[in-house]
Write a protein that binds this ligand. Structure first.
Ligand code: AMP
Length: 484
């Protein structure tokens, strides 16, 4: 199958060809015709499946060829916002808008991205100029709606991207408020990696007789990624990692730690071993995160240490090595983490350093991915068979209550901009920018434009309590912090 059979205009096909895409991915092959049909869509697809182009291409097609919309644009002095994409995080927002701009470069449509953590005034100006396609995080969109600086009354297409993450991050009230302000007659597209009862309830409310598509989940397509567990004692993880990197001469290693403090400490330790490493997490300045990511991408930085949310926006082709220095609290995050490698058919390697404290987490992960991962004990790092599990504690250095300021709290957090830690919160750091900085049409992620780090208050940092027997948790309680 080729893109030319999908009903896209030459302008869009040209932009797609310039990206070097020859064949639509399964989600694209199914979503593009469905969206072009004009009906609602419920799509199950994760990052890495090509879902962004899956909705962006047909939305561009619909808006650029819709004569009613074009007439509307000619009549009014200002372009009304005709499509709205909501995303959970600012980095995803920036990436999606970058895609809109890329694929839409030969159309007459324009786009903008708005998210929290950066000044609102440039965004106000941008919106005042008129925007066809707006990509936004829910919180900042509501800020604009509250101030009357955005008009959502002409929206024809609404896209909820990574809807499950939005709900996990506690955005349901924000989403409801946005929905209430949209014109009732519109096309709705809901993309989600998972289908919890909450997502189904949202889909029931939002979607009208939707087409349904589900493409292979990452956790069933992870075969291209070689996965291994290295059992190790808790205090031997750092020497083991240094050993692995040095003996295999690994480069471009993305290392996940559970906490920001853990990330900083590891960077310091690796530095002493002569291994170049930098950390990205919410306590780092925007410029430090941008620098670390750029050097990592171009291969000059050997190791990037990241917390889960910080890493979510990272899109690096053919990343060879992912290391779980700590296992994630949420099993799904394991799949998200290792999915950073082995993309687009490339083989990748994901290794997890697992100590006795993490055995229950490992069980949860193996249950999710329906695989028992091979154990590989490294000579010289044999774990003590008598070691006792300890609860994974909140580390003092991670108690990050940054005040993002400047927004009404409303249902979100009682107005103070601070959120109380949920029952079992997890690491919450905004992730690195997606590199759209400085673009004329992007009000969001300007490199060096930011003054603060834009982090939402962290609800905690990966604390686990108890003995590792974790019962089912409400999704909202799993996510400690939010962005946008
Ligand atoms: P996404 O799931 O939207 O985050 O996309 C994952 C990656 O796949 C991005 O880096 C895209 O540039 C790339 N991609 C999207 N569509 C295609 C395609 N048809 N062929 C090859 N790569 C693609």
């Amino acid at each position: 199958m080729s893109f030319s059979t999908l009903g896209l205009s030459d302008a869009i096909l040209r932009a797609v060809a310039e990206q070097g895409y020859t064949t639509p991915t399964p989600i694209q092959a199914q979503a593009i015709p469905a969206v072009l049909n004009g009906g609602d869509l419920l799509a199950g697809a994760q990052t890495g499946t090509g879902k962004t182009a899956g909705f962006t291409l047909p939305v561009l097609q619909r808006l650029s060829t819709d004569t009613a919309g074009a007439a509307l644009r000619n009549k009014t002095s200002k372009r009304p916002i005709r499509a709205l994409v909501l995303t959970p995080t600012r980095e995803l927002a920036a990436q999606v808008e970058e895609s809109v701009r890329l694929y839409g470069k030969y159309t007459n449509l324009n786009s903008a991205v708005i998210f929290g953590g950066v000044g609102i005034n440039p965004q106000i100006k941008l919106l005042a100029n008129g925007v066809d396609i707006l990509v936004a995080t829910p919180g900042r969109l509501l800020d604009h709606m509250g101030q009357g600086t955005v008009d959502v009354s002409k929206i024809e297409i609404l896209i909820l991207d990574e809807a499950d993450r939005m709900l996990d991050m506690g955005f349901i009230h924000d989403i409801r408020k946005v929905l209430a302000a949209l014109p009732p007659k519109r096309q709705n597209l809901l993309f989600s990696a998972t289908f919890s009862d909450e997502i189904k309830a949202l889909a029931d409310r939002l979607l009208n007789n939707p087409a349904m598509i589900e493409v292979a989940r990452r956790n069933s397509t992870v075969e291209v990624i070689s996965q291994k567990i290295h059992p190790v004692d808790r205090d031997k993880k750092h020497p083991m990692l240094a050993h692995l990197i040095k003996t295999h001469d690994w480069h471009q290693v993305l290392v996940f730690t559970r906490t920001k403090h853990g990330a900083n400490k590891l960077v310091e330790q690796l530095g002493k071993d002569g291994i170049g490493a930098m950390a990205i997490h919410g306590n780092k300045s925007q410029s430090a995160r941008t620098k670390a990511l750029a050097e990592f991408k171009d291969g000059s930085l050997q190791v990037l240490v990241a917390t889960d949310i910080a890493a979510r926006g990272i899109d690096i082709d053919q990343l060879p090595h992912v290391v779980n220095y700590d296992l994630p609290n949420v099993p799904e995050d394991y799949v998200h983490r290792i999915g950073r490698t082995g993309r687009a058919g490339a083989t990748g390697q994901a290794v997890s350093l697992v100590c006795v404290d993490e055995h229950q987490m490992l069980k949860d992960i193996e249950k999710l991915i329906k695989q028992t991962l091979p154990r590989d004990v490294i000579p010289g790092f044999e774990p003590d068979p008598n070691a006792k599990a300890q609860p994974i504690q909140l580390r003092s250095g991670d108690r990050g209550h940054q005040n993002r300021g400047g927004r009404p709290g409303g249902a979100r957090n009682g107005g103070g901009g601070q959120r109380q830690p949920a029952q079992q919160p997890r690491a919450a750091a905004p992730h690195a920018p997606a590199g759209n900085g400085g673009q004329a049409r992007s009000a969001g992620g300007g490199n060096g434009q930011r003054t603060g780090n834009g982090q939402r208050p962290s609800g905690g940092n990966g604390q686990r309590s108890g003995n590792g027997n974790r019962g089912p948790r409400p999704a909202a309680a799993r996510r400690g912090g939010r962005e946008g």
